[in-house]
Design a protein around this ligand. Structure first.
Ligand SMILES: C/C=C/C(=O)SCCNC(=O)CCNC(=O)[C@H](O)C(C)(C)COP(=O)(O)OP(=O)(O)OC[C@H]1O[C@@H](n2cnc3c(N)ncnc32)[C@H](O)[C@@H]1OP(=O)(O)O
Length: 129
C-alpha cells in the first residue's frame, strides 16, 4: 500500500568533487544538480511506494546561484501532490559548506545560512500498487 502523502520529504547531502568542475571558477554544470534530484526522488519513491519509480518530467527548473567544486550540497525532495500513479515533487538544493581558497588550498567553512542554488518541480511515476 502506498505511503505517499503531501509533505513527505527526503534529504541527501554530498560533497561536490573537483572532478566535476566544468566551467571557469570551478563551476559545476547544472545537469549535476538534476542528477542529485533524480537520486533523492528515487528514495522518495522507495519510501512512499516501495519502487524506484521513473522521472516523467520537470515543469520548472531554476538555477539561482552557481554550484562549485568543493561545495557541500544538500538536496531535498518533497511530495507536493499525490495522483493515482504520479507524484509531484518540489526540489531544493542548498550549499551548506564552501571552500575558502583565499585562506588556503584546503580551507573551507560552514555557511552562516544555507545558500539556495537550485529549485525545481518535477513528476515521478510509480507502478500501480
Ligand atoms: C526517480 C527517478 C528516476 C529516473 O530518473 S528514471 C530516468 C528518466 N526517466 C525515464 O527514463 C522515464 C521514461 N518515461 C517513461 O517510462 C514513461 O513516460 C512514464 C513511465 C514516466 C509514464 O508512462 P506511462 O506509465 O505510460 O504513463 P501514463 O499511464 O500515461 O500516466 C501515468 C501517470 O503519470 C502521469 N504522467 C505521464 N507522463 C507524464 C509527464 N510527462 N509529465 C507529468 N506527468 C506524467 C499521468 O498524468 C498519470 O498520472 P496519474 O496516475 O496521477 O493520473
Amino acid at each position: 500500500m502506498s505511503k505517499a502523502e503531501v509533505g513527505l520529504s527526503v534529504t541527501h547531502r554530498r560533497y561536490v568533487p573537483y572532478s566535476h568542475a566544468h566551467y571557469a571558477g570551478h563551476l559545476v554544470d547544472g545537469a549535476y544538480v538534476l542528477g542529485l534530484f533524480g537520486d533523492v526522488a528515487t528514495e522518495v519513491c522507495i519510501v512512499a511506494d516501495g519502487d524506484e519509480g521513473l522521472f516523467a518530467s520537470y515543469s520548472d527548473v531554476q538555477f539561482l546561484q552557481p554550484l562549485r567544486a568543493g561545495d557541500m550540497v544538500e538536496v531535498t525532495a518533497t511530495i507536493t501532490r499525490v495522483g493515482t500513479r504520479s507524484r509531484e515533487l518540489g526540489f531544493a538544493a542548498h550549499v551548506v559548506c564552501r571552500g575558502r581558497p583565499d585562506r588556503s588550498e584546503s580551507a573551507a567553512e560552514v555557511l552562516a545560512e544555507p545558500l539556495l542554488i537550485t529549485r525545481a518541480t518535477g513528476t515521478v511515476v510509480v507502478p500501480v500498487a
